[in-house]
Design a protein around this ligand. Structure first.
Ligand code: WQD
Length: 340
């Protein structure tokens, strides 16, 4: 059974990927420094898959510790690297914190596991900025990032591409996520935002459960069907399954290039108001919302062309907006009854 290291494995996308790797027959090891996640997620994962994966509480910025870990885990056949800071607003206030953490951890990881590394890198559609053509393909030019967070994703992709060019045994797949939302069907794992949620869906569920007031729709004067901004929302379980497909591709050695990029979205855009109405439709809950000004840094509309992921990874998102909303709601109700 192949052993896969998941860094950031107690986080939102990481924990769902641990579950899907197990379901696909992989053994999983998790590294996390718990700076943005809760260790109880390990118990929740155990409740879902029936075993608790090996876990190392470790900061990937600590080069000596990362090297020691790799030395004692020579049987790891692939790494999925989620561990990074990812709050757009915080990154504007604390750029050096973001550049240090997100680059030190990536570089330490590559150096520690040596040249024969199969690496899946967690990237983001944020690298596209506001695309000139929609749906956006992997060949679209990246645009100047709107935040240090987005810049760390762009520069990390460059670091990986340039390193792959001179280290032929290093094989990397960068996955550009659109908007991950929802939760596992068991409602035992999901998104655990710290403080006031910046992202739309966790704010919606917290507003619906009474933890927050009315939702503010950031702008309804965009050039979109109802004036609110458009995003490509993807169920986190679909996203997790794409990581299994990427690991398989690296293990099979099918790729002609040792650096590849794939979009992970549904290929469909939804407006903020459509998401709000889909939540009400699928849960029966009435949402309070007001229309506010646009949020600086937001793009107007973005959704992905996922042809490449479907044709080459053999993966396609299966879950729609209703399941995204109902699973997010079930998770919020679980948190109300079982506070972390
Ligand atoms: C979605 C839409 C908001 C909150 C971010 C990161 C991106 C990726 C996904 C990691 C936008 C609107 C939001 C609210 C609102 N993360 N909104 N009221 O900004 O598209 O992407 O998460 O890879 O890198 O930037 O996600 O959920 O914050 O916003 O109207 O209270 O909802 O304006 O149009 P975003 P989001």
């Amino acid at each position: 059974m192949s052993k896969i290291l998941v860094t950031g494995g107690t986080g939102f996308i990481g924990s769902h990927t641990v579950v899907e790797l197990h379901n696909a027959g992989y053994e999983v090891v998790i590294i996390d420094n718990l700076s943005n996640s809760n260790p109880r997620i390990l118990d929740q994962i155990e409740s879902i898959i029936g075993l608790k994966p090996e876990f190392a509480e470790l900061d990937l910025c600590d080069e000596a510790k990362v090297n020691a870990f790799a030395e004692s885990h020579q049987d790891i056949s692939g790494v999925i690297h989620f561990a990074a800071y990812k709050a757009v607003g915080e990154s504007v206030q604390q750029p050096l914190k973001y550049y240090r953490n997100n680059f030190y951890s990536l570089i330490n990881l590559i150096n520690a596991f040596g040249s024969k590394l199969n690496l899946v890198f967690s990237s983001s559609c944020t690298v596209y900025g506001q695309p000139d053509v929609l749906p956006v393909t992997e060949e679209a030019p990246t645009k100047k990032a709107e935040s240090p967070y987005g810049n760390t994703k762009q520069i990390a992709e460059e670091i990986l591409q340039e390193t792959c060019a001179v280290v032929p045994d290093l094989k990397v797949i960068s996955l550009r996520y659109f908007n991950p939302v929802g939760a596992h069907a068991s409602a035992l794992i999901g998104e655990l935002p710290i403080g006031v949620p910046q992202n739309l869906v966790p704010f919606i569920t917290q507003s619906a459960i009474g933890k927050r007031g009315a939702i503010t729709v950031f702008g309804n004067d965009y050039n979109t069907p109802d004036g609110s901004a458009v995003r490509d929302y993807i169920h986190v379980v679909d996203l997790a399954k794409a990581h299994v497909a990427a690991v398989r591709r690296l293990e099979n050695g099918d790729a002609a290039q040792n650096y590849e990029v794939f979009n992970l979205g549904t290929g469909k855009g939804s407006t903020v108001l459509e998401v709000i109405h889909a939540f009400e439709q699928s849960t029966g809950e009435k949402l309070d919302y007001i229309i506010g000004p646009r949020r600086s840094g937001d793009v107007e509309k973005v959704w992905g062309d996922v042809t490449k992921s479907t044709q080459i990874l053999g993966w396609k998102a299966e879950l729609g907006l209703e399941e995204m909303m109902s699973s997010a709601w079930n998770w919020e109700k679980y948190l109300r009854d079982n506070p972390f």
